[in-house]
Write a new protein. Structure first.
Lengths: 643, 307, 312
């Protein structure tokens, strides 16, 4: 087993004595309880732990720092960027490096904004525990920012000719901004005798280390001795420093010659003790010519090896190629004496400089920000083509599978959150094969708090053509409404779910309610049922019966009578309801105008005689017989007159 | 990092044999040697919703029905009975009782909702029962697989509902095939399939060298590939995989220090939880390269919890 | 077609964790410039007053709370789905099919229609001081006379033949009889309630469900709509027509108002998107002067200022 697995202990003596088992809780939570497998053939007697008061279930969950409100903005905004990127990719097959770079920067600016709000919060927070927690997040996201930036330089923003130093200097300036900040402050103050400030010389050296030669010169000019010979000479030397620029048309070898020449010139000036009057100036010039003693003296200025690296390269290997970075990185690590003291961030940065992308992704998965980083970076690198390149070198490696693997985990995690499940969905949408099936498994399990939420879930299901899930949610809503005594809503949801059984069940409830109370309730719902009525025979009957009622109320007896006969003829009368229909014929049979023809009347008579032994009409049977007989005679007479 | 959120005191007087969370993760059902089944609201304050009494022996397992069929819970017991409970207006009552086994019923599980309201039960009498609800006449139909496992069946689990891949199956109807996996005291894992109203044995998987204690068919994330985990007295967990559910390849996940009692898959089937006699739960995940790795480990008691 | 001088300032929604006043984006309604009414998941309606502290930071002060005025007969908590107001009067409706009439000055309920609808009521809108319009899950719209003793609606009509639920209702600020509804399928339907209850116009607008619709309170030539696909649109009457409208209005012929024009209605409108399409539903928004405030499912509230309301 691997060594770096997480272990959590359950505080229960019973768990310790017996054993444990578990239950899964959506999405990835666990319920853990003391458990002992009994031999199923064993005697039925209490266990050795009986009686116990410790039969508890322990709810265990992965800590998700991303769910903290302060980090939710990061989730939501990066989701926007992620989706914009996928949309762009869907629109066009080829994408320029510039576009990818733009997205990479968007992600980084989101991280930056997050760091800033964390910093604001830490300043505001009052308790130590809060401060520690926030500081912990800052450390995590600072590392992420630093790694992302380096990856952007190495993998996304590759400049022609594998020239990498200018970007590296930019990177180091961004992450160690104190020199530029100090310089800016000092220059703004416009004070006399700047050199009296303790940070004056460290700032100049720092600026030189970050390749900010012009600013360093600016500061030197503020020195009260700036007009002395030594200072003027230094300024002259620094001004003459050759700059390597891939676009200048200068070849690498030509540049080298110039550089060598320049270094030799300075060396000769050092040898001639031209700077000896000023210890600091001499140190500066010795750094420029790579004097070993000078470098070991300034090593204390560097916080880390990767701060040293660009500085060293700037003076030792100004035309360094990107693929040589790993070697120099290791050199700097040795120089700082850190070979065996590399921290996680160091390992990742080194892996990136060695262009070991798989190692980078593997390592960043271990960071405790729940996969946010690995998911978004891998996706971006995949679409920049950087991951696919690896398929040639690594057996059985699929770049697409890797990035989808990460998205699945990230999306699944978000699906478990009460308000981020939609964000989770939008990630799972971008895992070609498994995504939609995971959505199928998880979407119907999103708890439905109210109709508003139900409608959201249904919308998400329909958008993905998961109609069975939409129907399922409607059905569960319908059943919930029944429990709440909201039959109208229940019927609406049942109709939406297209579950004819549930529709029939509800139509039965309405009809039985009428049979019991003699009053049709929820008539507002029966009004205008429209084509939805056709989803169940029972609902058709209910709808038609309601129509009959309305006609009767509106005193349109002819039409009401016709409808009643139609209903009697149809085979959709519920068993418990036919006698009501039969009784409803009485007033129509007895009405002044002849409503039922002789044929109609025969039908009513047949119907009545078939059911004459039924308890429910027993005492009305005589009335019915009389009414039908009277109507029959009237109808026959009338019909014969017509003929 | 994993952390303990809360504990729910179930108030059972004896060992809990099973705990299951409902479809939405809002309620918890537990069953115990004290013959009772309890239901808790775990969304609002872990309150006891009901205490279900009806069994006359230790209750081994509980299973929630799919919410599509209302609020149903099934339980099985040493008293040879299976009870299906139904909730109406907050109270649980007996909905159906099945007492056609000759010995303790060790395992119950509802089938995926696509198959309808169907329940499988495995018993110490060696047989497996499949109970199906017939909507038309509001009755339950029982089919029995006799002698599924000599000496006794310890666990049953349904396959996820997967429609056959169209490419392989162009002409035939796209009907769902009901399948089951079971494990028993004959050291075997068996796969069963319903074929024209009869249940037949598809295959018999022989690798374990002692009683098979639990089997779990992984939820399908749409890949037309079946994965089953089985665990045994022989201290091993085996992962079985197959493309057609007929021929299966086995991989030993790990040989543990003690007997393994339970295996279960997370909702989307990407994490397997294993627990057993060594008082530990380990979580396993398949890496991209296909290896199974232990990602987390939940251990026995002491009170070292950083909350 | 984004309007130019728009500034978008997103910030994370202030979370009020208090159980009684969870502002979870269910429903927020501006009663006036500095008072908000919001509905909570617990069947309550809360009033908040917006205030500024000495640093100019925005804050909210809790006002009147009507607790648990929507509930089901089995005691389950229930959501108040919509709030509408007219001066001091507030009406709340809910999934329980109930209509509550409230007034800002009192913590008790003025009047309740217990069984106003057999279905969940989704939206409510004041038409006049004594008349409200409600719509339900089934797509039925009902007009209620609040002064009548009758517990029945004075008229009922349908959004369409199918079960399509309106998701939002609004009326023209000066012509209250002009009612606009957005629905689940992204359409916008317009009625002139003076004439009859058949729609005068229907627009296939958004791709997905319309979440909110509002006329600009001061410039009713401008209509705003947001959708669950993350769009927020600004509809305005084309310049030339706008002039015509003013002219016609002077002549007292408001029938020619563009929202009523049935022929080639769409050609008379221009649509602007106020913000790049978000990837999550824009649940709600409100318009005030040249600003739109909207709440979105990405847990952010956006303030869009500099809305172009030029009369050309």
């Amino acid at each position: 087993m691997e060594t770096d697995i997480n272990t959590i202990l359950i505080p229960s003596k019973l768990c310790n004595r017996a054993g444990v088992s578990l239950a899964w809780k959506p999405c990835n939570d666990l319920g853990i309880f003391a458990y002992e497998r009994k031999h199923s053939g064993a005697q039925d007697k209490p266990s050795q732990y009986y009686p116990t008061s410790e039969a508890s279930v322990f709810h265990v969950r992965q800590d998700v720092i991303l769910f903290r409100p302060i980090l939710r903005k990061l989730i939501n905004e990066s989701n926007g960027t992620f989706l914009n990127l996928q949309e762009l990719l869907a629109r066009k097959s080829t994408n320029t490096q510039e576009e990818m770079l733009n997205f990479s920067r968007q992600y980084r600016s989101i991280i930056r904004a997050c760091l800033e709000s964390l910093q604001e919060d830490i300043a505001r927070s009052k308790s130590e525990a809060d401060k520690d927690e926030l500081q912990n997040y800052i450390t995590i996201f600072y590392s992420i920012e630093c790694i992302w930036h380096l990856c952007e330089i190495l993998f996304i923003d590759s400049t022609p000719g594998n020239v990498v130093l200018p970007h590296l200097l930019e990177w180091v300036r961004f992450h160690f901004p104190k020199y530029e900040r100090n310089a800016a402050e000092m220059l703004c103050e416009n004070q006399e005798e700047l050199e009296m400030k303790p940070e004056y010389w460290p700032t100049i050296i720092g600026l030189m280390m970050q390749g900010r030669v012009r600013i360093a010169r600016g500061l030197l000019k503020q020195h009260s001795a700036a007009d002395t010979r030594a200072f003027l000479l230094v300024d002259q030397c620094l001004k003459a420093m050759p700059q390597f620029d891939v676009y200048s048309g200068l070849s690498a070898s030509e540049f080298h010659l110039q550089w060598q020449h320049w270094v030799m010139d300075i060396q000769s000036k050092i040898d001639a003790k031209s700077f000896a009057s000023h210890k600091n100036l001499e140190l500066l010039m010795k750094i420029v010519v790579k004097d070993e003693l000078a470098w070991s003296e300034i090593k204390k200025h560097f916080e880390t090896w990767y701060e040293l690296l660009p500085a060293w390269l700037f003076y030792a290997e100004p035309s360094v190629k990107s693929y040589e970075l790993g070697t120099f990185a290791k050199y700097c690590i040795r120089q700082m004496g850190l070979e065996n003291k590399l921290k996680h961030l160091d390992t990742v940065l080194l892996a990136a400089m060695e262009y070991d992308l798989l190692e980078v992704i593997k390592e960043i998965q271990k960071m405790s920000e729940n996969g946010w980083f690995a998911t978004h970076l891998a996706n971006l690198l995949y679409h920049s083509g950087q991951l696919t390149v690896l398929e040639k070198d690594v057996d059985n490696f699929s770049a697409k599978a890797l990035q989808e693997f990460l998205i699945v985990d990230y999306g699944t995690m978000l699906m478990g959150h009460k308000s981020l499940w939609q964000v989770g969905l939008s990630y799972l949408d971008h895992c070609s094969e498994s995504g939609i099936h995971i959505i199928e498994l998880l979407l119907p399990r999103v708890p439905v708090d109210n109709e508003y939420k139900a409608q959201k879930i249904i919308r998400e299901a329909v958008k993905r053509e998961l109609h069975h899930i939409a129907q399922f949610v409607c059905k569960v809503q319908g059943m919930k409404c029944v429990k709440r005594g909201r039959l109208g809503s229940a019927l609406t949801w049942a109709l939406k779910s297209q579950d004819s059984t549930l529709v029939s069940l509800l139509a039965n409830r309405f009809l039985k309610d009428y049979a019991a109370n003699g009053k049709l309730r929820n008539t507002d719902l029966l009004f205008n049922l429209g084509p939805t009525m056709l989803s169940s025979d029972r609902l058709i009957f209910l709808g038609k019966y309601y129509e009959f009622h309305k006609l009767y109320q509106d005193r349109q007896f002819q039409e009401a009578g016709k409808l009643l006969i139609k209903l009697l003829e149809s085979k959709i009368i519920p068993k418990y309801f036919w006698y009501i229909l039969l009784l409803e014929t009485i007033p129509l049979l007895e009405s002044e105008d002849i409503i039922f023809s002789s044929n109609d009347t025969y039908m009513i008579i047949n119907f009545m005689e078939e059911n004459q032994f039924d308890e429910r009409i027993k005492d009305k049977l005589d009335v019915l017989r009389l009414a039908t007989a009277r109507n029959l005679s009237r109808a026959v007479l009338y019909e014969s007159e017509l003929n | 990092m994993v952390s303990l959120l809360q504990s729910i005191d179930t108030g059972h007087e004896d060992m809990i044999h099973d705990a299951e969370v409902d479809y939405y993760g809002l309620r918890l059902a537990t069953c115990s040697s004290d013959n009772s089944v309890k239901v808790y609201d775990i969304k609002n304050g872990n309150t006891l919703l009901d205490d279900l009494k009806g069994h006359f022996g230790p209750v081994w397992q509980v299973a929630w029905g799919h919410p599509k069929f209302g609020n149903l819970l099934a339980s099985c017991s040493y008293d040879k009975k299976v009870i299906i409970w139904k909730e109406t207006n907050g109270k649980w009552g007996k909905y159906y009782e099945y007492a056609n086994h000759d010995s303790s019923v060790n395992s119950v599980q509802f089938a995926p909702a696509e198959f309808g309201l169907v329940l499988a039960c495995g018993s110490s009498d060696g047989s497996i029962s499949i109970l199906s609800y017939i909507r038309e006449n509001n009755t339950w139909d029982a089919k029995k697989i006799q002698n599924a496992h000599a000496i006794g069946c310890n666990a049953v689990c349904w396959s996820p509902a997967i429609y056959p891949e169209p490419a392989f199956d162009n002409n035939s109807e796209h009907t769902l095939k009901k399948m089951l996996v079971s494990g028993g005291c004959d050291n075997l894992v068996k796969i069963w399939k319903e074929e024209q109203d009869r249940w037949i044995e598809v295959c018999k998987l022989e690798v374990h060298s002692d009683w098979v204690r639990d089997v779990a068919w992984a939820p399908s994330a749409g890949l037309h590939r079946h994965i089953i985990a089985s665990c045994s007295q022989d201290r091993r967990v085996i992962i079985w995989s197959s493309d057609d559910a007929i021929t299966w390849n086995s991989t030993v996940l790990h040989t543990f220090d003690d007997v393994i009692w339970n295996v279960s898959w997370s909702l989307n089937g990407n994490i397997l939880a294993v627990s057993g006699g060594d008082n530990k739960i380990t979580l396993w995940k398949q890496s991209l390269e296909g290896n199974w790795q232990c990602i987390s480990d939940v251990g026995k008691g002491s009170s070292q919890i950083n909350n | 077609m984004t309007s130019k001088s728009t500034i978008i300032e997103p910030w994370l929604e202030e979370e009020l964790e208090n159980e009684d006043c969870a502002l979870d984006g269910n429903y927020i309604y501006f009663l006036n410039a500095d008072t908000i009414a919001s509905s909570s998941s617990y069947g309550s309606v809360n009033v908040f007053k917006i205030c500024y502290n000495e640093n100019g930071e925005i804050g909210m002060k809790k006002g009147t709370v009507w607790k648990n005025i929507h509930s089901f007969e089995n005691g389950e908590s229930n959501l108040c789905t919509s709030i509408t107001s007219y001066d001091q009067d507030i009406v709340s409706v809910g999934e329980d099919g109930r209509i509550n009439l409230l007034t800002l000055s009192s913590e008790s309920i003025v009047r309740t229609y217990d069984n106003a609808d057999s279905c969940s009521i989704k939206c409510a809108l004041f038409l006049k001081h004594n008349e409200i319009l409600t719509s339900n899950l089934r797509g039925q719209l009902k007009i209620w006379d609040l002064q009548s003793r009758c517990e029945e609606p004075s008229s009922t009509f349908m959004l369409s033949g199918d079960i399509v639920a309106p998701t939002c209702l609004t009326s023209h600020p000066t012509h209250r009889h002009l009612v606009v509804a957005g629905d689940e399928e992204g359409s916008i339907t317009i009625w002139d309630l003076r004439q009859n209850t058949y729609p005068v116009n229907m627009l296939r607008a958004h791709e997905e469900s319309v979440m909110e619709i509002q006329f600009h309170p001061d410039y009713p030539d401008h209509l705003f709509s947001s959708s669950s696909s993350g769009e927020i649109w600004h509809w305005s009457v084309k310049p030339k027509l706008s002039a015509d409208y003013v002219f016609d209005n002077l002549a007292g012929k408001d029938k020619n108002m563009v929202w009523f024009a049935s022929d080639a209605f769409k050609n008379k409108l221009e649509v602007f998107t106020l913000m790049d399409k978000l990837h999550k539903p824009i649940n709600t928004f409100d318009v005030n002067q040249a600003r739109v405030l909207c709440g979105c499912d990405n847990e952010a509230i956006y303030l869009i200022s500099g809305i172009n309301l030029d009369k050309y």
